[in-house]
Design a protein around this ligand. Structure first.
Ligand code: EPU
Length: 428
């Protein structure tokens, strides 16, 4: 079965849109429920395929999961006995490696297949393993499985060689029940790091300093069940902000934490977009011709790498030459080839893209090469003249809740079409 988005470009987005819970927070919080000695009720869970995969992994391991309503789950992990996530389940997503930290923290042992996820070049996990070792664990790779185990976990000092979201989260998960004090230096400061710390603290953990570059964790013996609401998705919000600007629209983006959007807001303002902040919403309004700027992605509070493709699409529509530098990932410009098919004038040299502003995109058949690149293609399609067909949209569905419904409610002409396998055979 092949699924595609078909977008008829040229409609200005107007109206209001609600932002869902944060993907990169929930993919850490759901595995973290393994550490609880009682049920956890988690609210504001986005309806995305990454969540489906994690809940499937939890269920296959023995967790009892009840759906309370469309965004709330009650998760009881007390029946999980075997700390193992097999390849068939882990291969679909990067965040499956959070099961390493959570299982290690709970059982002093974990065995998880090497993870999948978006392809941005090499994605090593050496810092995760270094962190586990600092807590007294032994790590090895055997037949594609990462195996970590410890006689007992004891708090330790870890200084990461680079700012890494994944390793910061994994070490937090492993350290919350370790004996004594763990100090993480050069920790990541993303909103989802703080959200995970708040979640764990609501279970009885003792984590201090999340959101700064030094996190201190004093181990506790027992973590209890809790009730928790996931923060809004900063990147989903930023994606709608850019979509509003690219279509010359006017959109109120609701259920956000404006502080988390500051770096995106200030870039949009710099290129001439009007952004007004309210308590828990932002209004984005196109005013006049967009002007060029430069963007360099960096760890939080810098401009997020997960907004780089969407912003690059917008800069294609800005007058003048813009330079986008990718400061986090080795290779996150694969989507530029697809964008060129729609008329973009961009040259890429390693981690730098030089974007010459164009009048407009023209619709074309393109692919979503990864999650955020797929969102960028959707934005380009919405702004383009003519029809854009986007393939491989399963990438987009990993991280955006009901994107085509949300965009349609803002006036976009987008539909998802499904081509059954027997028809694909005939077409090919
Ligand atoms: N790195 C290492 N060794 C490690 C870990 C990371 O060299 O052990 C390097 C990476 O190669 C990269 C940099 O450090 O160059 C940062 O990687 P990080 O660990 O921060 O990334 P991640 O945890 O794998 C998360 C998000 C990504 C987001 C990055 C950066 C999740 C599930 N994924 O990935 O989100 O791009 O942080 O903010 O939280 C997305 O949502 O589209 C997405 C890809």
């Amino acid at each position: 079965m092949l699924e595609k988005y078909v977008i008829q470009g040229g409609c200005k987005l107007t109206g209001e849109v609600n932002i869902s819970g944060a993907k990169n927070a929930v993919v850490a919080i759901l595995p973290a429920t393994i550490l609880a000695n009682g049920p956890c009720v988690i609210d504001n869970i986005p309806d995305i395929s990454d969540v489906d995969i994690i809940t499937k992994i939890l269920k296959e391991m023995g967790a009892d999961i009840q759906v309370i309503n469309k965004s709330t789950l009650r998760i009881d992990t007390r029946n999980i006995k075997v700390p193992e996530v097999p390849y068939e389940l882990a291969k679909h997503m990067r965040a499956s490696y959070y099961f390493l930290g959570a299982l290690l923290g709970k059982f002093n042992s974990a065995s998880v297949a090497m993870p999948g996820g978006c392809d941005f070049g090499v994605r090593p996990i050496d810092q995760h393993l270094k962190g586990f070792e600092a807590l007294g664990a032994h790590c090895k790779l055997d037949q594609g499985m990462i195996i970590v185990d410890a006689e007992k976990l004891v708090g330790g000092d870890i200084c990461f060689e680079m700012v890494t979201v994944g390793a910061t989260i994994n070490v937090m998960l492993a350290a919350v029940k370790a004996q004594g004090l763990t100090v993480i230096e050069n920790a990541a400061k993303e909103p989802h790091i703080v959200d995970l710390a708040n979640f764990l603290n609501s279970m009885g953990a003792n984590i201090m300093g999340a959101g700064t570059d030094v996190i201190k964790i004093r181990g506790v013996d027992i973590l209890h069940g809790t009730e928790y609401s996931v923060i809004p998705d900063q990147i989903e919000a930023g994606t709608y902000m850019v979509a509003a600007a690219a279509t010359k629209g006017d959109v109120l983006i609701k259920n956000v934490i404006p502080k988390h959007l500051e770096s995106i807001t200030s870039k949009l303002q710099k290129i001439g977009v009007e952004v007004t902040e309210y308590d828990d919403s932002v209004r984005v309004r196109y005013v006049d011709e967009l002007v060029r700027t430069n963007v360099k992605t960096r760890p939080h509070p810098g401009f997020p790498t997960d907004m780089q493709p969407q912003m690059a699409v917008l800069l294609c529509l800005a007058k003048g030459t813009s330079i986008v530098t990718e400061g986090v990932w080795e290779n996150r410009f694969k989507y530029i080839d697809e964008l060129r098919r729609m008329g973009a004038d961009v040259s890429v040299d390693g981690r730098v893209a030089i974007i010459e502003g164009i009048e407009k995109f023209v619709g074309a058949p393109v692919k979503a090469v990864d999650l955020r690149a797929g969102a960028a293609m959707v934005i380009a399609g919405l702004a383009a003249e003519g029809t854009t067909e986007i393939e491989d949209i399963y990438h987009v569905e990993r991280g955006y809740e009901h994107i085509e419904d949300k965009l349609r409610s803002l006036g976009a002409n987008i539909k998802k079409i499904t081509i059954p396998d027997n028809v694909i055979g005939k077409v090919l």
